[in-house]
Design a protein around this ligand. Sequence first.
Ligand SMILES: Cc1ncc(COP(=O)(O)O)c(C=O)c1O
Length: 387
Amino acid sequence: MTSQFDVIIPRRGSGSYKWDSSDDLQSLPMWVADMDFRTAPAIIEALSDRVAHGVFGYTKVPDAYYEALGSWFANRHGFQIERDWVIYTSGVVPAISAILKALTRPGERVLIQTPVYNCFYSSIANMGCIPLENVLIAGEDGHYGIDFEDLEAKAAEPDVHVMLLCNPHNPVGRSWRVEELSRIGDICLRHGVTVVSDEIHCDLTFPDHTHHPFATIKQEFLAASVTCISPSKAFNIAGLQIANIVVTDEELRSRIGKAINIHEVCDVNPFGVAALIAAYREGGSWLDELRGYLQANYQTVSDFIASNMPTLRLTQQEATYLAWIDCRALSLSSDAIEARLATEGHLLVNSGTLYGAAGEGYIRLNMACPRAQLLDGLERMQTVLTQ
Ligand SMILES: Cc1ncc(COP(=O)(O)O)c(C=O)c1O
C-alpha cells in the first residue's frame, strides 16, 4: 500500500539547509534533522489563508494559540499546561540559551547525558559554562541506559545547578520511562539541580511507545523544572521558528523572560503561530500516520543492516527519526566514516562525535524520507562500507 509519505518532493534549490548546503549535486542528504515530507494538509491550508490575507505586521499571539497548545498536551501527553506558564519564542535552542542565562553563572557546570544533541554544547559554551557529562550506557543489546550512580555524584557537585535533559533523546532514540525520569528527578531535587527538559521530539515516539513529560512525573518535578516544546520536529515546520517554554515558577519565568528579551529578539512570526494552531488543533491523525511510517522506516534500516552490513549495529530506538548506528566494528573514526560516505557514496550523514566524545565510532542517519530514498541511502552506505 502506498502512503502519502512515499512521495518524493524535490527540495534541492528550495533554500533548504539540508539539501542546498553541499555543492555536490549527486549528494543525498541524510543529516540535519528535518524531514523530506510535506507537512500536514491542515497546516498548509492555515498558512495559505494567512498568506492570502496579505498583511504581515507585528504578531499578537492569540488566545487560540494557548488553547490549541493546552489541549494538545493535555490530551496527548497528560500534561496540563496553564496559559500563564507559557513563554513563546522562536526556537528550542534560543530557549535553552536564554534559560541557561537565567539559571547559571559563567564558569558553572551543566549536566548533560552524552552523546547528546550538539547544540547543547554550544548553548552551554555561549553562556560561559562547561558541560559535565553523565555518559549514557550503551548496552550489549543496543539499548541505552543511564548510569545513575554517576549522575548522583555529578549532581552533587557544588557548581552544578542545571541539568539539560533530552526527552526523548537525540541521538540515542530513547523515550525515557517513568521510573528513569523519576530517578533523575529525585536525584536533581536532592541536590537542588533544576531540570531543563528539551521535549522537542515528544510527538515522535514510535506508535507502541508513550512520551512521558518530565514535569508530569511528580508534582515537585513540575515546580522544579523547565520544559521546552515545539511542533517543529513532528510537523516539519522548523523553518517557521516557533517554540514554547513551560515554567510554573513565577520568579523563574520572569528571569527567563528577561533573558529572552535582552537582545529584543523575542517576537515570533505570524506563520509560526498559524502553523502551531493548525498542527495542535487538526494535525493528530496526520501525525499518527507519520509515526507509523517512521517506525516502518526504522524497521527497513534494521532489516537492511542485518542483511547487508551485519558488522554494524543499529541502536534500539523508541522515538525520533534519527538512527544511531554503531560502526565501531569498522575500526574507523566517525569523522572518517562521514567523510568516506560523502566523497565515495555522495551520502551525507552526521559523524557521531558531533554529539560528544561518547559518539565515537557511531554515525547518525536521518530516516525521515520516502522509503525509496531511504533505500537509496542505505545502498550507498553498503557500497562504501563493505567494499
Ligand atoms: C533535542 C533538540 N533540541 C532542539 C533542536 C532544535 O530546536 P530549534 O530548531 O527549535 O531551535 C533539535 C533539532 O534537531 C533537537 O534535536
